[in-house]
Design a protein around this ligand. Structure first.
Ligand code: CP
Length: 308
């Protein structure tokens, strides 16, 4: 049985395979309508979500399976003190695969040690978000045509932004990738990413605090929200939240073929005027999230890919 807790749980070849299947799904979704007949996804979301939970549920429904779950700890017996371990032992009796989001780093890993069915980490605290990364990789593959030889700007809350941590972890395995990390001093990458991933793999990166200066050198700009829910005090959040706002003026500094990604939700960090720029890919990115999650569910359940 396979789980997905970190992007490193999948080899580069397996990720390439998932992207291929996702592209097939995009071209011919009807061919996949009964692939997961009889399968059931449980979404155990102890933290709020719009995209991840609903795209997972859409993915399973698109494949012909069914879904159950809860969308907040207060709606579940976690509010009475039930542990993650006991919850997945029980929910594993009602489902064939589980997607879990939790505010505590490592909770999906604990779940995987007790679950009778595959566990997918749908975001654990400020740690990892591997299925957002699969979504990001599919978006880059579709919109840039490659995953190698890219300069990627990561802007905003790089300390708490789990999507950034997972994206870097996945992309360092591709040749010619460079990172430009744009954040205030207080929101720089944590050591478990800077030292254990970037430096260990000898991947070129720089840390800067000015976005305008680096715009011309980017193939991809990955904007992120400042993660209010992970701050210890509101004052720091208020001081840092509007540090970077991507607007039409800043987009004039970017190459014509640069693309803008954002895992969403956005708060203030991308002005609405950027939505009409053909380089803005963040809503398309959310659509790609359904295709790649369909491919992932099929992979973890060992379901056959139909001939299309
Ligand atoms: N990208 C993402 O994780 O969005 P949600 O928090 O809405 O799931």
């Amino acid at each position: 049985m396979r789980h997905l807790l970190s992007p490193l749980d999948l080899s580069v070849e397996e990720i390439d395979g998932l992207i291929d299947v996702a592209k097939k799904i995009e071209k011919n979704p009807k061919a996949f309508r009964h692939v997961a007949d009889g399968e059931r996804l449980a979404t155990l979301f102890y933290e709020p979500s719009t995209r991840t939970r609903l795209s997972f549920e859409s993915a399973m429904l698109n494949l012909g399976g069914t879904v159950i779950g809860f969308s907040g700890a207060s709606n579940s017996s976690a509010s009475k003190g039930e542990t993650v371990a006991d919850t997945v032992r029980v929910v594993g009796c009602y489902s064939t695969i589980i997607a879990m989001r939790h505010h505590k780093e490592g909770a999906p890993m604990v779940a995987s040690q007790f679950s009778p069915v595959p566990i997918i980490n749908a975001g654990d605290g400020g740690h990892q978000h591997p299925t957002q990364t699969l979504t990001d990789l599919l978006t880059i593959a579709r919109e840039k045509g490659r995953l190698d030889h890219l300069t990627i700007g990561l802007c905003g809350d790089l300390k708490f932004g789990r999507t950034v941590h997972s994206l870097i972890t996945a992309l360092v395995r591709y040749p010619g990738v460079k990172f430009v990390c744009v954040s205030p001093e207080e929101l720089r990458l944590p050591d478990f990413v800077r030292e254990d991933v970037l430096e260990k793999n000898h991947v070129p990166y720089k840390e800067v605090d000015n976005l305008e200066d680096v715009m011309p050198e980017l193939d991809i700009l990955y904007m992120t929200r400042v993660q209010r829910e992970r701050f210890f005090n509101e004052e720091d959040y208020l001081r840092l939240r509007d540090r970077y706002i991507l607007d039409g003026e800043k987009m004039k500094l970017a190459p014509q073929n640069m693309i803008v990604l954002h895992p969403l939700p956005r708060v203030n960090e991308i002005s609405l005027e950027v939505d009409n720029d053909p380089r803005a890919m963040y809503f398309k990115q959310a659509q790609y999230g359904v295709y790649i999650r369909m491919a992932l569910i099929m992979f973890l359940l060992g379901l056959e890919v139909p001939e299309v």
